[in-house]
Design a protein around this ligand. Structure first.
Ligand code: PHB
Length: 389
């Protein structure tokens, strides 16, 4: 054997012997189910980019387990979400399911999580009921009720007396309408009407005309984020702003991904949400910079943060269990965890596995020539109002 071959042989033998036992164990597999086609594609792309950024920044090994993400496109069609989840659990033997752009997808998969005892991390969907659909659900996004109640308090304190609500007619929209309207009334306000538009191919024009005829001080809107440009356009085209109606809503209606497409017509819109790219913390500024660098200058929105933080929860839980990946051990490890996030700190509620986080009141304004949701008030550590405990 030549000197070089001998050296290589010695080095290889040394490397094998030096491999820690844990590194030889099987990978920790995460099935990431998001829409990468169809009307919710922007949500899937933001979540996926958030997940990838987290791994790039924190490494791909936790407690000796190599992290493997299997990305699947469900087109935000619940029957697809369910079939894909089944395949991921049975054929790929994933250790966790994650993603879920819309509430119906998360609800369709929850029974599979229960049967297979697989943790299910909800990175986008926002109806209150999802965490009650399976004891294996943990949420890294938000609930619409959580942001709607503080908004009702804020606007009534600032003189708003009469509103109309307009929401997309499915679970998170109904949550938004009911939680906002109930609080607005309890705060002394009057709800003139509650309008619901269909989820698929909505036409907002006739609803906006109806709002105009009712002359409210404010119009409260919840639509899923990809619908934001269409609904804001109709609001302006029907002259509601000129008629003295203030557009308010959950942050979905002016999310960071849509702001540029909406343009200056977004100026002055008042919303409540859990994340703004303008959030002034060093952690967020570093996050926004790194995200933009990795994604051709595109700005992260709250979906990206949901993906990023969902990975944070999984990493923290797996580190806590020392690499043990049973669903029961992982979910137990997640309960009560506090995460330091670009959005601010948040906690996994130990009672119901939902998210407790700061809610920010924001107004769209220009910062250095660009549109942002500028935070004007913080309500700390808000729990989901839809839970009994
Ligand atoms: C949901 O379906 O739960 C959902 C989707 C998009 C949003 C918010 C909630 O922007």
């Amino acid at each position: 054997m030549g000197k070089r071959a001998f050296l290589v042989a010695v080095l290889c033998a040394g490397a094998v012997a030096a491999l820690p036992a844990a590194a030889q164990t099987k990978p920790f597999k995460i099935g990431l189910i998001v829409p990468m086609t169809g009307p919710f594609t922007s949500v899937g792309k933001q979540i996926d980019a958030g997940v990838r950024l987290y791994i790039a920044q924190h490494g791909d090994t936790v407690a000796g387990r190599k992290i493997e993400v299997i990305l699947k496109d469900d087109g935000a069609v619940p029957a697809n979400s369910r079939r894909i989840a089944q395949e991921l659990v049975v054929a790929d033997k994933v250790d966790a399911l994650a993603g879920f752009a819309i509430t119906p997808s998360a609800l369709a998969v929850a029974p599979i999580a229960t049967q297979s005892k697989t943790p299910l991390i909800v990175m986008s969907a926002a109806a209150s009921a999802i965490t009650e659909a399976s004891p294996y659900v943990v949420r890294s996004s938000f609930t619409v009720g959580q942001v709607s109640v503080p908004l009702a308090d804020y606007v009534t304190k600032n003189g708003m007396k009469k509103v109309v609500t307009l929401v997309t007619d499915y679970a998170p929209g109904v949550d938004a309408e009911q939680s906002f309207a109930a609080r607005f009334k309890a705060d002394g306000g009057q709800v003139l009407d509650t309008l619901r538009v269909p989820l698929r191919s909505p036409d907002y024009a006739p609803f906006m005309q109806k709002v105009r005829d009712l002359h409210p001080d404010g119009l409260f809107i919840f639509v899923p984020a990809p619908e934001a440009p269409a609904v804001v356009k109709q609001f302006r085209e029907r002259g509601l702003d000129r008629a003295g109606v203030q557009l308010i809503g959950t942050g979905d209606v002016v999310d960071d991904d849509s702001l540029e497409r909406i343009g200056d017509e977004a100026l002055g819109i008042l919303t409540a949400h859990h994340y703004s790219a303008a959030h002034a913390s060093p952690l967020n500024q570093a996050f926004v910079q790194a995200y933009e660098k990795a994604n051709n200058g595109q700005r992260p929105n709250f979906m990206a943060v949901g993906g990023y933080d969902g990975m944070n929860v999984l990493y923290a839980a797996l580190a806590k269990t020392g690499g043990t990946a049973s669903g029961e051990a992982l979910v137990a490890a997640m309960k009560g965890l506090t995460i330091d996030s670009p959005r601010g700190p948040w906690t996994v509620d130990a009672n119901n596995r939902d998210i407790v986080q700061n809610v920010y009141i924001r107004r769209v304004d220009k910062v250095r020539g660009q549109l942002f949701n500028v935070e004007i008030s913080t309500i700390p550590a808000v729990a989901d109002p839809g839970k009994s405990k």
